[in-house]
Design a protein around this ligand. Structure first.
Ligand code: ADP
Length: 230
């Protein structure tokens, strides 16, 4: 259930890219708010700026103008080191392609971010096993990514993204690379995990059927984030 506090807020965000000798304006003063425990889908055509928005929200890029708040912290004036720390502690990412470390097992892939954050190996392993069990891939824990199916790889990526209990989960077409049945299953797993743990999520997806199952659906129109009306 959505709470009263805001975990992510974008105010007046502008982002443009140079394309040849003209400027491609992607975001033109976009505002957005994600409340605690809320799951929001973002549906928009390819090239509309979904990834750009997620990169700004995830502190991977800085807006040209405007501000990104994580909880109550305005992140514009933070140093790169402070932004990296906030990203590590407060934000989980799931991408279209899993980006798991190929030479490590599923279990290790979920343990590593926790150990980077300072957790002891045994604690990280306990939490990783719980997450993998919850996502019904416990029996695959010792396998490397190449030995897992696409749906299994994405579930490991989801477990890794939430392993440090982030404030915000950002997902960029997390099921875009999967067949419809697997896509539905992975999405269910993501939603169940988010609801069970009170996680807030912003999920870019092409899949309208999946989007409709979130609390709210937004789209990008003329550089703004607006409610999606179908
Ligand atoms: P979406 O995720 O909705 O497909 P993107 O945010 O990836 O959209 O891209 C929005 C537009 O911005 C596209 O036209 C893309 O080519 C352009 N773009 C994205 N990143 C860059 C970049 N680093 N440099 C130049 N153009 C970019």
């Amino acid at each position: 259930m959505a709470g009263d506090s805001t975990v992510l807020r974008l105010t007046g965000v502008h982002r443009a890219y140079k394309e040849g000798d003209h400027l491609l304006e992607i975001l033109k003063g976009a505002d957005f708010e994600l409340r605690a425990g809320e799951m929001v889908a973002m549906v928009a055509p390819s090239g509309a700026g979904k990834s750009t928005l997620l990169h700004l929200a995830g502190l991977l890029e800085r807006p040209d103008e405007g501000e990104v708040f994580i909880a109550d912290t305005g992140c514009g004036t933070l140093s790169d080191a402070e932004r990296t720390a906030r990203r590590r502690n407060d934000i989980g990412f799931v991408y279209q392609f899993h980006h798991l470390l190929p030479e490590f097992s599923a279990l290790e892939n979920v343990m590593i971010p926790q150990m980077i954050r300072g957790l002891a190996k045994s604690e990280a392993e306990t939490r990783a096993r719980q997450l993998l069990d919850y996502l019904r891939i416990g029996p695959r824990a010792e396998h490397r990514p190449a030995e897992l199916s696409g749906g299994e790889q994405q579930r490991v990526a989801i477990a890794r993204a939430v392993a440090n209990a982030p404030l915000v989960l950002l997902a960029d077409e997390p099921t875009g690379n999967l067949d419809p049945e697997t896509s539905g299953y992975v999405f269910e797993a993501l939603a169940a995990l988010a609801r069970q743990s009170g996680l807030s999520a912003l999920v870019a997806t092409h899949n309208h059927a999946l989007a409709e199952r979130m609390d709210r659906v937004v789209t990008l129109a003329d550089g703004q984030i607006v409610p999606f009306t179908g």
